[in-house]
Design a protein. Structure first.
Lengths: 592, 110
């Protein structure tokens, strides 16, 4: 402030000392000085007022005013003024008066006698009582962008007329004032942009924290995510369940902006929270779908794959809500796509029948399952060339010897490494069964009593969720298998009954609730008999408590074990397999 | 599994078709118990039941017990081979009155 006041004094004293306005050296000094003031000022309004004051003093005019064009371009408003009449805040139409003329035509103007100029607008004089005689006006504009104008009124001294020298000086000053205004506006915009960017980065950080932490390198499920923008509408997740299986999810929210990111956060949280207790992918998606339909923004939806992988058996059970078909790469290198059978989440709960989202079961058997978003197949690997599903298969095949994580990194780098902006988020998830040692084959780990017993030839193995609505499927399978082994119609009917009752016991007594785990059945064939192993993965059941009920006791339930004993030749609970659960062996002799 | 209701003589007839298993027996049980306490004899037609398991049999037993308490009669008619086999295995063929045809059932409860 002290320095500024000193400048003012210098300047006015210079003017008072009668330094010729045409003095180029003095002009330059003034311009340099004011330019410096603009460059260092933190407060644009004060600086502009000071500039008007100094130019008015320097040119020796009675009054000066600075007009700014409104953002809409319709009005000119007085932002700063010096002189006998205060007009700060005054607004005129953008094409009114000499100021309007200069702004519209982007040119300076000297009006020696306003009385002879048709453009002069006398309304302000009429209102303020000020008497305007002559005007000097120069526009503020930068690269064709009109900002406003500075106007000086009534030159004092000499002939009382502004000259070209005055106009040149005012024009030079207007340009630097215009630049200062533009700079201030741009830096305000920058500050705002910076703030939005910081918020986006915070959102992205929270999003990254929603992705699962990297597990040890032999963990069978892995993922990668490369957002197209700061935030992403894609997500993946995986977490071990308390029974040793691993749940996994990969989803893609429609859209790519902040709304998609928020929807992603909601979907991911719901799935992770509920997925730890609901271990049926179809039922989980049904619940999450209902929740999202209830609260989602119209027109937003989520395509999603959720599944559970059992490292002990190599089985994957998954449900697909309108998502890209996951790609299964078998141990022999062949591919198979698993098509979606249900619409995306967030469309309508009414589209889903009472059984929930359909589930697909797949034995990975040493292979790998890749789940990915369309950002992968539609990603550009060269100008205008999409990776495509065949390109993805080729990359998987070419890197077959690599770890699944390395394969996915390769895919990500191919799409992300072209130097072009990504078209969409790139997200992949792999379930890798190639290193797993499967211990849950039905009879594996069972110490067979009477080791001399030839276990026979394995015909068939079935593994389904322990649910009442799967019993019909089990019965049909048993019927066909028994018939294949040469049993009579009556014997076949009895075997069907025995297996059905045994599976009911698993559902009702071993698990206690529907859908808590799986039932596995292995069918073996000997020339003289069929042997069935029925296995569950529940806590071991106290065999001593499983007794046929007294038939005189007609209470509901409890008949099952009796019926099994009636129709089968041998019924044995075997010691639990090494990885837990219960194992029942049923033998039915083939009547010669 | 489905069921159909009709009247034959003085009796209410409930005819089941399909499998009565762990999944469907709760519905069968509900349908049966709804007929208890109406005073009329009940004929349960099992000709269309290809499969019945222990939970289905238990529903029949529960209904029979309720019917006896309310002084009604309950007769199984036209029992399919599959269902009869299970009833025999459970030794319930001696507990239930079983008639070969609907007409015999109607005559048995008159």
């Amino acid at each position: 402030m002290v320095e500024m006041r000193a400048n003012n004094v210098d300047l006015s004293s210079g003017a008072q000392l009668g330094v010729a306005p045409g003095n180029v050296h003095s002009h330059l000094e003034l311009l340099a000085d004011m330019g410096r003031d603009f460059a260092t000022s933190q407060d644009l309004e004060t600086t502009l007022t000071r500039a008007v004051q100094r130019i008015t003093d320097y040119v020796d005019a009675e009054a000066g005013a600075l007009f700014m064009l409104s953002p809409c371009g319709q009005k000119l408003g007085c932002d700063a003024c010096v002189g006998p009449v205060e007009i700060t805040g005054l607004e005129i139409a953008a094409d009114q008066g000499i100021v309007g003329f200069c702004v519209q035509n982007d040119s300076g103007r000297i009006v020696r006698d306003v009385a002879n100029d048709p453009d002069f607008n006398a309304a302000v004089d009429d209102e303020t009582g000020f008497k305007t005689k002559s005007i000097l006006c120069a526009p503020m504009s930068v690269k064709g962008e009109r900002i406003g104008a500075i106007e000086l009124i009534n030159k004092r001294g000499g002939d009382g007329l502004f000259d070209n020298d005055d106009l040149n000086l005012l024009q030079a000053l207007s340009v630097s004032a215009g630049l200062a205004v533009l700079n201030a506006r741009m830096s305000a915009e920058l500050v705002e942009q910076e703030r939005v960017k910081r918020e986006l980065e915070l959102a992205a950080e929270i999003q990254r924290s929603l992705l699962p932490e990297e597990k040890e390198s032999d963990f069978p499920v892995k993922g990668v995510n490369l957002p197209a923008r700061v935030v992403s509408g894609d997500f993946y997740d995986f977490y071990p369940l308390d029974d040793g299986r691993v749940a996994f999810t990969l989803g893609d929210v429609s859209g790519k902006g902040m709304n998609a990111a928020l929807m992603m956060a909601k979907s991911a949280s719901l799935l992770r929270c509920l997925g730890k207790s609901i271990k049926e992918p179809g039922r989980l998606l049904t619940l999450v779908n209902e929740e999202i339909c209830e609260t989602a923004t119209r027109g937003m939806f989520v395509t999603l794959v959720h599944g559970i992988y059992d490292p002990a058996s190599g089985y994957v059970r998954l449900a697909n809500a309108g998502h890209e078909p996951p790609l299964f790469c078998a141990r022999d290198g062949s591919f198979r796509a698993l098509e979606a059978e249900a619409p995306p989440l967030g469309i309508s709960p009414a589209l889903i029948d009472e059984d929930g989202f359909p589930e697909t079961e797949l034995n990975l058997d040493g292979g790998r399952l890749f789940v990915f978003t369309d950002g992968v197949t539609e990603g550009y690997v060269a100008d205008g060339v999409e990776l495509g599903i065949e390109g993805l298969k080729a990359l998987i095949t070419a890197n077959a010897g690599s770890d699944a994580q390395e394969i996915m990194n390769e895919v990500r780098d191919r799409i992300g490494g072209t130097g072009n902006a990504l078209r969409d988020d790139v997200t992949l998830l792999a379930i890798d069964d190639s290193r797993a040692v499967h211990t849950s084959d039905v009879a594996v780990g069972a110490a067979e009593p009477g080791a001399t017993d030839a276990p026979g030839e394995k015909i068939f193995q079935l593994r389904v969720t322990a649910k009442a609505n799967r019993l019909r499927l089990i019965r049909n399978t048993v019927r066909e298998t028994a018939s294949f082994c040469g049993f009579s119609e009556d014997d076949t009917r009895d075997i069907v009954l025995a297996v059905d009752e045994a599976c009911q016991n698993v559902i009702r007594h071993a698990y206690g609730h529907e859908g808590e785990g799986d039932i596995a059945i292995e069918f073996r064939h000997r020339p003289d008999a069929m042997i069935l192993y029925i296995r569950d993965f529940a806590d071991p059941v106290d065999i001593s408590k499983i007794k046929p009920r007294d038939l005189d006791d007609l209470r509901p339930g409890g008949l099952g074990t009796h019926l099994i004993g009636e129709v089968m030749d041998e019924v044995d609970f075997l010691p639990p397999p090494i990885d837990g659960g219960n194992l029942l062996r049923l033998v039915k002799k083939i009547e010669g | 599994m489905e069921h159909q209701l009709s009247v034959a003589g003085s009796a209410l007839v409930i005819a089941f078709t399909g499998d009565i298993d762990l999944q469907t027996s709760p519905d069968a049980r509900k349908a049966l118990l709804a007929l208890v306490g109406k005073g009329q004899p009940i004929l349960v037609d099992l000709s269309g039941v290809g499969y019945i398991d222990s939970s289905g049999v238990a529903s029949l037993v529960e209904c029979l017990q309720s019917v006896k308490k309310s002084g009604q009669k309950l007769v199984l008619v036209s029992v399919s081979d599959g269902a009869l086999r299970v009833l025999q295995l459970a030794r319930l063929d001696r507990v239930f009155t079983i008639c070969a045809t609907l007409d015999e059932g109607v005559a048995a409860v008159e």
